[in-house]
Design a protein around this ligand. Sequence first.
Ligand SMILES: [Zn+2]
Ligand SMILES: [Zn+2]
Length: 282
Amino acid sequence: MAPPVELKSSVLRPKWSFEKALRHLKGLGRSFLDLCFPIPCAGCGRKWLLHHEGFWCESCLEKIPWISSPICPQCGRPFPKSPSSPDHLCGDCLLSTFSFDYARSAVQHAGIVREHIHELKFGGHLHWVPALAELLLRTIEREQAPRAQIIVPVPLHVKRVRERGFNQAALIAGVMARRLGVPVRFDVLVRRFWTAPQTRLNRSQRLENVKGAFQVSLSSEIRGRIVLMIDDVFTTGTTLNECAKVLKESGAAEIHALTVSRALPDWKKSYDDSSSFMDDAL
Ligand SMILES: [Zn+2]
Ligand SMILES: [Zn+2]
């Protein structure tokens, strides 16, 4: 008797399943759309990029003033005056000023990134959100940042959200959540009262201004978890610190903070004199 015919695995599991074909078609569709509608680079606007390449061309990525070592390993403060020194704790972290465990900013608050943050916050140019989020995603990858379990954007007061129509930190956090596959909650942390704009306040005035401004409304969501806070600009860190404080008091295990940019103080002045900082998160 002839031996049974052995079926090829490709017959049992057809190479071109419907799902696979659909995936392939979607991929082709995306590539076609990419080719038809490339996007201009967020930096120079001249180079046209395919979506999968990101929002910045190679040449602009090289020019961006990334924050890199030497930095403070806790709060991420850079030390541009001593470029050859190793990473070391800054004065604030030596004095345990901050309640967050880890903070990093992608770039210095200058140039094109500062312009885009301004255009987003004050001009409603929401199309910059994915490009700004990309800078944070690149920073997470470069720094091998600890993985968070929940993302929480720094909230705006409801009055300012109504005025502006959006919270820029929440928009960036939404993109981050999708790309990282980490849940985001917009209702965990709320701004209890209206605070005066921080722009012209020095550090001690800022501390006073945001004291008690935040409240955790859903502590069950953060209890025992590693929370990643997202904001656009790190100026003196008072806002992030106040948020971190209440999140910790409500049981969060660790607080990490990421901001797109970091305003570097005028190194000739004391860090307390922050009157030159015009761009704190509002
Ligand atoms: Zn470019
Ligand atoms: Zn520090």
